[in-house]
Structures are given as structure tokens and as C-alpha cells.
Design a protein around this ligand. Structure first.
Ligand code: EPU
Length: 415
């Protein structure tokens, strides 16, 4: 179904917006629950489509999931059955691949479809598979079906050629029940990895070094239940901060860990955006005369690839030429063609975009092609004169909890 977000732009945003819990933590934490032998309670789980799909997949595995009014999930894996995940929901998102590591760890066997997710160009999983093999798994692939088997899993030293978020998490999950010590060298350092590791450690896992490039996992024989609060979503926070920089008069973004978005905040300051930081909020005041900046996307703590698309919308307002070098997903530029339809002047090719500002934007019909492209188009719609219709809005609902209501509360004309 083609869901449309309609925005009448060029209105000033004012007030407060509270950031929801982190999508990319939640989508790792939910599959990880299959490792537990007892009930796990998660607080403030974001209400997003990716979470709903993962809950359905847990239910296929006979894991009982109950939701209370205040976004708390009670997850009971005590009657789990390791059925093959040959369901088309697996292909709706990337994070379904965390069932590979988790089920391999728990049952030594997984059969499931390959994951889907946003189309950002090639997204191989060779590093995940290399990690599983190092722990003792054999892998067979037939078409879109992948099967992993292991008689036993034994800890090993695993070096990742690239600090992949997904591979780091998947290896951590598979290694929790492996015999002996697993070491991941050149591990990803994203906050979501620390969040998952702190939850698994509450359950009794022995994971050290999350947040550094060397993580060790000492295998244990059982994980118990726990209660866990998921960290705030740094990309959602960044998206609202950028929206406020583009159209805000006085906006406070709450439930933010500013240290998670230092690279963004520092670039916005370079642009001349007026920002104030507190321990758990960022306040953005009306900022004119924005300067252009150059960005290189990098793994954490570098500038997040997930924020370069939203930032591009703001850069169309800057007085001069900005350059973005995308090093994580070389094809992540589909938003640029849509922004150009609105009057932007952006040249883009594999790995690079050049934004020639300032160009006023005009509302028109545009298409979200992936989640953060959608976020970029929402910001552009807020900035634009006239009416913007963002087609294929379902991409946006995959990762932004209540985005329409949150922006309405800030004074946007959005439906
Ligand atoms: N890569 C490989 N081989 C692998 C794994 C990754 O070559 O086995 C490459 C990828 O092709 C890519 C790079 O390494 O060029 C980064 O991939 P990574 O594994 O770090 O990313 P991911 O786990 O697929 C997660 C987030 C993405 C986010 C990236 C980078 C989830 C579910 N997804 O993806 O989030 O962009 O890390 O930070 O956590 C989003 O939220 O919009 C999103 C796409």
C-alpha cells in the first residue's frame, strides 16, 4: 500500500520533542531474547514497524510476547521451538539476521531466509558468516535460504576486516554459549553494541570490552531473564535536531545522549546552528546564514551514515557548496534525486554528493526509497514552500516512532 505523508511546509517549529528508544538496539535485543531461559522485560520499546515484524518472528518461534500500555514488552521464551524461519517477514528487514547468531548459539542449528532491509546498494554478510565458521558452524546456502549447523561452538579469535555493526553483534550472540573465549578484533564500537552487551551481561553473559575495538566473550551455559531499558535513539535525535536547525525557532529535543551524536553536533556548530546542550537534551534556536560543510561518514564515533541523508536536506539551505563522502554505503544517495525534484541542486555519484546551496525548496510529489531517505524528505517537506507528498511512507514508519504526531506537536502541518 502506498502510504503518503503530506506536509504543508515553511512553518516554524517550536516546543519539545521526546526521542524514543533506539531502533538499532531494539532490533538486536529482541532476537537476543531467544538465548534466555527466563522472562525478559523491555521498557520503552519503540513503536515502529521493524519491532512489530521481529515480534511476529519471535511468535513463530513460540516465544510469547505481551505488550502493556506504556510500550513495555514482556517476552517469555521458555517454550521456544527452533522452527525454520522461512517466512516472508524475515525479508522485510535487515535485523532478522540476528536470529542467525542467536539461534545458532542456542540450538546449534538455524534455517532461515536471508535478510532484507533498506536498499543501500550491496550489503553482504560475509563477515557474519566468517565469524560463525570460526566458532565451528558449517554454512550452506541454497537460493535465498541459509542454513547453519554446528556440533559444538568453540571460542576463537576473530578479526573483522571492517568494523561491521551487524557482524559484531551476530558473533557476540553466537559466542555467548560457545566453549571458552571468543575475541572480536576490530569490533564495531556503536552505542547499540554496548546496550546489547549490557543487557546480555545482566542475563549472565560474560562480555567485556563492548564500545572498544576488542570485545571478549567467555562462554556460559545458560542465560537468565532480566529487565532492560533500551537507550535513546541517536539517529532519531539527530533527525529532530536537523529538522529544528532547518525550521525551528526554539526546539528542545529531550531524551538525548549528546555524546552519541558529537560528530553531528560539531558539524552543526560549524554550520552556525545555535545549539545548547544539557545532560539529556539539546536545544536548537533559530539559525540563519548557515555555512556549508564537508562530511565524511565513518563508523562510530565518526559521522553516522544514517544522518548524512537527513543532513543533506539542511545543507540545501547553506550559503555555498557542501560535500558528503559516504564511505559505508556507497549508493546511499537516492534522496538526492528526490530533493532535486524539489528544487535542490545536488550532484551525486557513487560515494559522493555535492550540494550547491542555497536553493529554496518547493513542495511536490516525492518518493521515500529507504528509511533515512524518508527522514531527509520529511525535513525537506518542512522546509519547502507549498505542499509536499511523500510517497512510500512505510519506509519511514519502519524506524521513526510517531513521527507525524511528534512533528505536529512542534507545530508542523503534517498528516
Ligand atoms: N559489510 C560487509 N560484510 C559484512 C557486513 C558488512 O562488507 O559481512 C559492509 C557493508 O556492506 C557496509 C559496511 O560493512 O558497507 C557497514 O555494514 P554494517 O554491518 O556495519 O551495518 P549493518 O549492521 O548492516 C547497521 C544498521 C544500519 C547502519 C549501519 C552502519 C542495523 C539493523 N542497521 O547496519 O542502520 O547504517 O549499521 O552504522 O543496526 C538505518 O538504521 O537506517 C540503517 C541502515
Amino acid at each position: 500500500m502506498n502510504e503518503i505523508i503530506k506536509i504543508r511546509g515553511n512553518r516554524k517549529l517550536n516546543g519539545e520533542v521526546t526521542v524514543s528508544s533506539c531502533k538499532n538496539s531494539a532490533v538486536a535485543i529482541l532476537p537476543s531474547v531467544v538465548l534466555a531461559s527466563e522472562i525478559v522485560r523491555l521498557y520503552d520499546v519503540p513503536e515502529i514497524e521493524d519491532v512489530k515484524v521481529l515480534v511476529k518472528l519471535l511468535e513463530l518461534l513460540n516465544v510469547k510476547v505481551e505488550e502493556s500500555d506504556d510500550d513495555e514488552l514482556t517476552i517469555d521464551p521458555t517454550r521456544i521451538a527452533n522452527v525454520d524461519l522461512l517466512d516472508e517477514d524475515v525479508m522485510k528487514l535487515r535485523a532478522s539476521y540476528y536470529f542467525m547468531g542467536a539461534l545458532l548459539g542456542r540450538f546449534r542449528h538455524v534455517k532461515m531466509y536471508s535478510p532484507g532491509g533498506c536498499n543501500l546498494g550491496p550489503r553482504p554478510i560475509d563477515l557474519h558468516l566468517k565469524g560463525f565458521e570460526a566458532l565451528g558452524a558449517t554454512i550452506s546456502q541454497e537460493g535465498n535460504i541459509i542454513e547453519l549447523n554446528a556440533e559444538e561452538l568453540v571460542g576463537d579469535d576473530i578479526y573483522l576486516d571492517f568494523a561491521s555493526v551487524g557482524a559484531t553483534i551476530n558473533i557476540m550472540l553466537a559466542a555467548c554459549f560457545a566453549t571458552g573465549r571468543t575475541t572480536i578484533e576490530n569490533a564495531a564500537k556503536e552505542p547499540e553494541i554496548i546496550d546489547l552487551s549490557s543487557m546480555l551481561n545482566k542475563m549472565g553473559a560474560q562480555i567485556r570490552g563492548a564500545g572498544t575495538s576488542r570485545i571478549t566473550i567467555d562462554g556460559v551455559s545458560r542465560l537468565k531473564g532480566c529487565i532492560h531499558d533500551i537507550i535513546p535513539d541517536r539517529i532519531e535525535a539527530g533527525t529532530y535536531i536537523i529538522a529544528a536547525a532547518a525550521c525551528g525557532q526554539d526546539v528542545i529535543i529531550k531524551n538525548v545522549i549528546p555524546q552519541h551524536i558529537e560528530a553531528l553536533l560539531s558539524k552543526l556548530e560549524d554550520m552556525g546552528v545555535k545549539l545548547m546542550q544539557g545532560p539529556d537534551f539539546v536545544r536548537v534556536l533559530e539559525s540563519d546564514d548557515l555555512k556549508p560543510v564537508d562530511i565524511i561518514t565513518q563508523p562510530f564515533p565518526g559521522f553516522a551514515t544514517d544522518l548524512q541523508q537527513p543532513l543533506t536536506a539542511l545543507l540545501t539551505k547553506a550559503n555555498g557548496d557542501s560535500h558528503i563522502e559516504e564511505t559505508i554505503y556507497l549508493e546511499r544517495f537516492k534522496h538526492c534525486a528526490e530533493l532535486n525534484k524539489m528544487g535542490a541542486n545536488i550532484e551525486f555519484e557513487t560515494g559522493n554528493s555535492h550540494i550547491h546551496g542555497p536553493t529554496p525548496l518547493k513542495g511536490t510529489d516525492i518518493f521515500a526509497t529507504d528509511l533515512r531517505c524518508g527522514a531527509s524528505l520529511v525535513i525537506a517537506g518542512l522546509m519547502a514552500e507549498g505542499e509536499t507528498n511523500i510517497h512510500n511512507a512505510y519506509h519511514i514508519y519502519r524506524g521513526y516512532d510517531s513521527i507525524v504526531d511528534k512533528l505536529k506537536a512542534l507545530g508542523a502541518d503534517i498528516q
